[in-house]
Design a protein around this ligand. Structure first.
Ligand code: SAM
Length: 300
């Protein structure tokens, strides 16, 4: 039995996009605990949801019993265009990126630096994980992960230290990895956040190919958007948000209504600056503090 701990983030802001609209087709590409999907279903919309996580699949089966107009696909959202979906055009597509609170609480996944778990961090059930990265990546690859995905300035120093330590003994657990970080002499420059946050973020992004999945998804999503459809994307770190921001910028409709790059489609950007969660929501759900919501309206 799964204890569903996830609280949907910025649900009011997402729902306000489709206020007073009935019978919409909605594609929820990150079902998670089903919080957003359930809200759409309660308003009578038709929902197709995707998630690669097995627990999400179990939660979805329960929801299906209550709502016949709900369909779930266990898949990576980067492959959504290969799925045999019963709808081909959607009025709202939602991505609520990253991991759910259910996955955060799962010590087999080991996303938290507060709990000692085996080094893993793959929440999508894939083959790559933090143990393989830390114990087997070459120096340049380690350096790339920490520099690009962790934005750690002394990534080379960290990579060298990890290689030295793992030659003495494999690094098996989150706490062992935190000790390596602490002893590395690297300045993580983190007054506000735990010093291991950025290194954990880097390993998580690499283990799950987070940025690649998002980029692949964005390549084809326009084919599935109905006229005036909303594409709403909630991201939780600046690397993801930058990809989303650039995607909307590159495909925005200019003031003279010209499409860019010889395309016959584009977006009206509804969030010049990304929306953030209200203070009340952040007080009730701390995970909302870093959420950024960007929305575009599809024009073709
Ligand atoms: C923040 S949670 C979504 C929570 C959901 N909106 C809710 O209200 O319950 C993100 C979910 O997206 C899933 N996910 C992340 N990347 C994915 C990918 N590339 N393919 C499929 N699912 C993915 C995760 O497994 C996780 O369940």
């Amino acid at each position: 039995m799964i204890n569903n701990l996830h609280i949907p983030i910025m649900a009011n802001e997402v729902l306000s996009l489709i206020d007073n609209k009935n019978n919409l087709s909605i594609l929820d590409c990150t079902f998670g605990g089903g919080g957003h999907s359930k809200k759409f279903l309660e308003k009578g919309h038709h929902v197709i949801a995707i998630d690669q996580d097995e627990n999400a699949n179990i939660i979805a089966k329960k929801l299906k019993k209550k709502f016949p107009n709900f369909f779930f696909y266990k898949s990576n959202f980067k492959n959504f265009d290969l799925l045999d979906l019963d709808k081909k055009k959607f009025n709202l597509v939602l991505l609520d990126l990253g991991f759910s609170s259910n996955q955060l609480a799962d010590s087999d996944i080991g996303l938290s630096f507060k709990e000692n778990s085996k080094l893993n961090m793959n929440y999508l059930g894939g083959d790559l994980n933090a143990y393989k990265i830390i114990n087997y990546y070459e120096k340049d690859e380690l350096q790339r992960v920490f520099k690009i995905y962790g934005e750690i300035n002394q990534a080379e120093k960290l990579a060298k230290y990890i290689i030295q330590q793992r030659s003495l003994k494999k690094i098996n657990t989150n706490f062992e990895f935190i000790n390596v970080l602490r002893d590395s002499g690297v300045n993580f420059r983190s007054k506000k956040i735990h010093f291991a946050t950025k290194a954990f973020q880097a390993l998580r992004i690499e283990s799950n190919s987070e940025l690649e999945n998002l980029k692949i998804f964005l390549k084809n999503i326009h084919i599935f958007l109905d006229i005036n459809a909303y594409l709403a994307i909630i991201s939780f770190h600046s690397l993801e948000d930058r990809i989303v921001k650039n995607y909307f910028r590159e495909n925005r409709i200019k003031k003279n209504k010209n499409f860019q790059n010889n395309k016959n489609w584009g977006f009206e950007i509804l969030t010049k600056k990304p929306l953030i969660a209200s203070k009340t929501e952040v007080l009730e759900n701390n995970r909302a503090r870093s959420a950024k919501l960007r929305v575009g309206r599809f024009i073709n």
